[in-house]
Write a protein that binds this ligand. Structure first.
Ligand code: ADP
Ligand code: MG
Length: 256
């Protein structure tokens, strides 16, 4: 790899992909993110857990700049997230996001949903975009649904399309915000399996989830948030068997 000289604050250590430093965010009087320091290595899978209202979604939304921050810095692959403009659109495309609600374009077919961003943001030609979309739909197991509209698919299928759509942008990191919370129980596993596969293939992932089985088997690290702070982080085995903080102990006693 060639070393490029950059301004000091832009330097990320080798292997660091997402770096948050002293990030603070308020909603009015609510201090929703408090001095968040978080570094995600390339290829790392980090599961974020914590009580409702602890700031997990806001954390995800700041990483792809759906929310601004009040202070601190966020950088992706050594580049600070700009406030706005073309550069922002490009950097944001490096961060794939899958939400709890599937957020597919209702009036576009499944295939078109996966083609659109490639054409609009990545400037791919139509034929290439279609080829890639079909390959991705095949990879997430919904190739036969390509010409249907989202409403004609099950929730699990829609969520897999949402994953394919995010992957179509060749993201450097994928954020998942409770991707299975809105699904019927029998559909949860088909989505988790796609995520497991992505993790095995080396995708860098930040996953907010209550699926502790996924956390145990796929995560390199668990980050526990409460009241806008990172209270504890540890390897999954260590976190689940021996949480250090009272907040984490209390949380785990309620969900396990
Ligand atoms: P989590 O995902 O952990 O449940 P959120 O990040 O969604 O937590 O929310 C953290 C806190 O911020 C909650 O108290 C929530 O009500 C508040 N909040 C989230 N989004 C907004 C917003 N756009 N405006 C005002 N308050 C918000
Ligand atoms: Mg949330």
């Amino acid at each position: 790899m060639t070393e490029v000289s950059v301004a000091k604050e832009d330097v990320a250590a080798p292997g660091e992909l997402v770096v948050l430093k002293s990030v603070n965010k308020h909603f009015g009087a609510l201090h929703v993110l408090q001095d968040i320091d978080l570094t995600i290595a390339r290829g790392e899978v980090v599961v974020v857990i914590g009580p409702s209202g602890s700031g997990k979604s806001t954390l995800c939304r700041t990483i792809n700049r759906l929310e601004t921050i009040d202070s601190g810095t966020i950088s992706i692959d050594g580049k600070p997230l700009p406030q706005e403009g073309k550069e922002l659109a490009r950097l944001r495309a490096d961060v794939g996001m899958v939400f709890q609600s599937f957020n597919l374009f209702a009036h576009k077919t499944v295939l078109e949903n996966v083609m659109l961003g490639q054409i609009k943001v990545r400037k791919a030609d139509k034929k290439k975009a279609e080829e890639k979309a079909r390959a991705l739909l095949d990879r997430v197991g919904v190739a036969s649904q390509a010409d249907k509209y989202p409403a004609q698919l099950s929730g699990g299928q829609q969520q897999r399309v949402a994953i394919a759509r995010a992957l179509a942008m060749d993201p450097k990191v994928m954020l998942f915000d409770e991707p299975t919370s809105a699904l019927d129980p029998e559909m949860i596993n088909e989505v988790l399996e796609v995520m497991q596969q992505l993790a095995r293939e080396g995708m860098t992932m930040i996953v907010v989830t209550h699926e502790m089985g996924f956390a145990r088997s796929a995560a390199n690290r668990v980050v526990f948030m409460a009241d806008g702070r990172i209270v504890e982080e540890a390897a999954p085995d260590q976190f689940f068997s021996n949480p250090r903080s009272d907040r984490a102990k209390d949380f785990l006693s309620k969900i396990l």
